[in-house]
Design a protein around this ligand. Sequence first.
Ligand SMILES: Cc1cc2nc3c(=O)[nH]c(=O)nc-3n(C[C@H](O)[C@H](O)[C@H](O)COP(=O)(O)OP(=O)(O)OC[C@H]3O[C@@H](n4cnc5c(N)ncnc54)[C@H](O)[C@@H]3O)c2cc1C
Length: 552
Amino acid sequence: MNKPALLVVDDDPQVLAAVRRDLRGRYRESYMVVSAASGEEALATIRELKARGDALALVISDQRMPGMQGTDLLAESRDTYPQARRVLLTAYSDVDAAIKAINVAHLDHYLSKPWDPPEECLFPVIDDLLDGWQAEYLPEAKGLRLVGHQWSPRSHAIKDFLAGNLLPYRWLDVERSADARTLIAAAGIPTGELPALFFEDGAALRNPEPRQVAERLGRSVSAALNLYDLVIVGAGPSGLAAAVYGASEGLKTLLLDRHAPGGQAGSSSKIENYLGFPAGVSGSELTRRAVAQAQRLGAELLVPVEVTGVSIDAGYKHLTLSDGREILTRTLVAATGMEYREHPAAGVSTYTGAGVYYGAATTEASVCGNQKVLVVGGGNSAGQAAMHLSRYASDVQIVIRRDSLRDSMSRYLIDQIEKTPNIRLCGRTEVERVEGGDHVERVALKRDDGAIVVQDVNAIFVFIGTRPRSAWLPDAVLRDDKGFVITGRDLPADGRYARTWKERREPMALETSAPGVFAAGDLRAGAMNRVASAVGEGSMAVRFVHEYLALT
Ligand SMILES: Cc1cc2nc3c(=O)[nH]c(=O)nc-3n(C[C@H](O)[C@H](O)[C@H](O)COP(=O)(O)OP(=O)(O)OC[C@H]3O[C@@H](n4cnc5c(N)ncnc54)[C@H](O)[C@@H]3O)c2cc1C
């Protein structure tokens, strides 16, 4: 197989030669640079690369070309190489058009001409995009292969763990893939012991727990120190931000997560409102960057590790883990966010993981090809999921109780949904019942006039009813009636405060009613439920951690 390709497209021979020269100069060791003088020629090149089995990492295209425009080419290239990064070359006068085309063409970046000097204006952008592509790219014959039954909850759990932890893997459905059957026959694994995870060296784990997978991949699941300055529970945006600040400011910092870094944001197919990413950023890309940053600055990350309890003794916080081990710390940031509440309709619990998924649209989307899927919920997370699923499924139906998305979803998402022909809105409706054999096959929907309609459906993605993950915290940490953690100035107003808070000082902002235990992000009562606010609170919490440590 050839090196992965970088494709440059421009009808101006001088510009084409200049980009080609710059890219070859820097990337020829690892990539082959190919070029085309028009959109049509570029599409032919893309087809050729595909036919040869070559990988395409990046397409850089000029916008204004006779015939096919750059944005159209970039949009079309997605069908053949969905993971390739897409960059539009624009003149200053076309920047507005480029911004408007971000969604349509799924642009990762736009570059204004000229890009001199390339060391400052071109290479940093391309380096960053290629890093992101490399993190997702899996050469045909290499890497992890997961063999299992499509509708098995166990297979879903491992897929979700691998995807959440940014471990590229190839999914092989044992019913559909001859390779899968050959692989398990050669390893002597009966289908009753699936899923099986095959490693590059040919070894396999049968029906593994996520923790076994992490250990087999050499990931640390045990704490290195006996005592930490700061332990952060939950590696969503707020926990990751706290880890970056804690470690960069010299605190012995440990970050734990029961599932994978990224939290809810990690499951987002595209976050469009986080500052500094004009073309949007996927949750997995943001997580990849944040994890690299936290670890580079010295934070220790343990995944999957679940905290089940905390006891506090003479200011020291003893965390109990689900496997009975303990971790000791001087301060604690609780950043365990929210999770979706189980949908109450009949049949939902039977099919969870076998066609009913909670917030897992990115993990399962690629196997929804030409299928009918339902998205339940009208918030931004549901809207993003519907947009993402519409690229794979033939029919995406959004089911909501209200009659419109107007009051629950951002305008930019409503606009995108309205322009997507295979997404339908089904208002004033609820899921009444889910039915099927070994996986979801039908759903009964109830309209607000009482009428029930039964429809064939292959998968249901649930995005309603969130609850805080606060059950692991001790009673000394006061929560509101929904379970969200009360912090800072909101504490004195609570009737239980005087009985609970025994310090001479007032609680600091983000401090809970247990001194030295802070809460950040969606877990906190009054949180904004945004990536940016979670990141802000995680960063702020570390400032108060310092103040607390200075007092003790
Ligand atoms: C699909 C989707 C799309 C979204 N899109 C956007 C968007 O475009 N823009 C935006 O601003 N916001 C968006 N949001 C909201 C945003 O993602 C959240 O507000 C944000 O992730 C909250 O961050 P957090 O760190 O507080 O908590 P979370 O992201 O919920 O992370 C909490 C982490 O804690 C871990 N954890 C829980 N319990 C334990 C335990 N006992 N032990 C160890 N670890 C534990 C969990 O595994 C999880 O990783 C979206 C949310 C979803 C679900």
